[in-house]
Design a protein around this ligand. Structure first.
Ligand SMILES: NC(=O)c1ccc[n+]([C@@H]2O[C@H](COP(=O)([O-])OP(=O)(O)OC[C@H]3O[C@@H](n4cnc5c(N)ncnc54)[C@H](O)[C@@H]3O)[C@@H](O)[C@H]2O)c1
Length: 369
């Protein structure tokens, strides 16, 4: 069977794990070529992973008939234009999160993909990993009774400690809510279903941040976005959950993600990862019980959503990490900010339907039909 051809736009910090997994883990795709505004980054990728083509720019990539899916791993403020141009050139697109930081642009991209009859999807795909899929199975099977709510927390003291070029994480499209929120909101909607309404409050605790990673150590970043945000979601089911994301806190002692039900609680592993311990504590039990992970992809399987979309292209089924999910997530995150500005609860308009749970496979890297 012909493999699905992938073209990379962007060869920055996160490209390494995509290059590795799309080369070694996922057997139904092949990397055709790469490009980056900083040519040396693309050259390094070509050399390290023996990639056939290095394009001058993204337009040359879009014109290559061997590329079926464009992987957009540029910075958040660049996602919209790259995805839009790729769609206009007739390519399917898989984009890093968020789909766009701007809700109207995200809506436009979803409409454009539909109009052109092209697949559009993207990160995060951690919800397809062993951890969240096991938690979903337990909740759907009634282990905690009727779900009534949850809490999600991403607490850190900022990516300027490790990212070599962290500026974009404090610019439009960045901040803890838009950078990390997608993992937590995506996990929540895969566990509790679609969101109906949202309110929130956000703050910017520090106006500037010194870069602490090596290459640009000591440079000062002007903070353009909120770095401390709290949102509350009412799900269509009636369940309530909150999401706290921050780049401003060094110490904390909260569990990352908990789902509460009428008959118990599930402690869900960090949705920033593909796995971790799933703990169940049913009412009446004095202990949390570690549940076996019953799905594949416990390791760092970034690219899983792309491989799933590639397989779906060949079989005609829906892909799991799809643009409707991404749009719903962007709308929820935007609503936290809008509510903070207006003091009002925001109604969510986009529809979201959970896709089929993952299926286990005898061979890692082969997705279901
Ligand atoms: N760094 C991480 O750990 C991480 C983890 C998960 C997701 N992500 C997401 O991945 C995306 C990229 O993050 P990153 O950390 O790799 O950023 P980065 O700044 O390290 O890399 C982005 C790269 O895209 C290139 N680029 C931008 N526009 C381009 C264009 N038109 N054509 C060709 N190349 C172009 C830039 O030159 C740069 O090399 C972001 O959306 C981020 O949210 C990053």
């Amino acid at each position: 069977m012909k493999k699905i051809g992938i073209g990379f736009v962007g060869c920055g910090c996160i490209s390494g794990i995509y290059l590795k997994n799309l080369t070694n883990m996922f057997r139904e795709v092949e990397i055709i070529g790469v490009c980056d505004l900083i040519r040396e980054r693309a050259e390094k990728a070509v050399e390290e992973y023996n990639i056939p083509k290095l394009y001058e720019d993204m337009y040359e990539l879009f014109r290559d008939p061997d590329v079926d899916i464009v992987l957009n791993i540029t910075r958040p403020y660049e996602h919209y234009e790259v995805t839009k141009q790729a769609l206009l050139h007739g390519k399917h697109v898989y984009s890093e999160k968020p789909l766009s930081p701007d809700l109207n642009e995200a809506r436009e991209l979803v409409a454009l993909a539909a109009e052109k009859n092209l697949r559009l999807g993207g990160a995060p795909d951690t919800f397809m990993g062993a951890g969240i899929q096991t938690a979903r199975h337990l909740i759907d099977s009634g282990f905690i009774g009727t779900p009534i709510g949850g809490t999600a927390r991403f607490v850190s003291n900022g990516p300027e400690r490790w990212h070599p070029d962290p500026e974009f994480l404090y610019q439009y499209g960045g901040g803890p809510l838009f950078d990390m929120g997608p993992y937590y909101v995506t996990a929540l909607i895969n566990l509790l279903g679609p969101v109906a309404e949202v309110n929130g409050m956000t703050a910017k605790s520090f106006p500037t941040r010194p870069i602490l990673s090596q290459k640009k150590y000591g440079n000062i970043i002007d903070v353009e976005v909120p770095t401390f945000s709290m949102g509350t979601m009412r799900f269509k089911s009636g369940a309530l959950a909150n999401i706290f994301t921050t780049f401003d806190v060094t110490h904390n002692d909260h569990d990352v993600l908990e789902i509460y039900g009428s008959e118990g609680t599930i402690y869900v592993p960090d949705p920033n990862c593909f796995s971790g311990e799933v703990l169940l504590q049913r009412i009446g039990s004095t202990e949390k019980v570690s549940m076996p992970l019953i799905f594949d992809y416990p390791e760092n399987s970034r690219g899983l959503g792309l491989a799933d979309m590639a397989k779906a292209l060949t079989t005609g089924r829906d892909h799991r990490a799809n643009c409707h999910q991404q749009l719903h997530v962007v709308e929820v995150m935007s609503a936290v900010c809008t509510s903070s500005e207006t003091g009002k609860t925001v109604t969510i308009e986009s529809a979201f339907e959970r896709k089929a749970p993952m299926k286990t496979s005898a061979l890692t890297g082969i997705l279901d039909d």
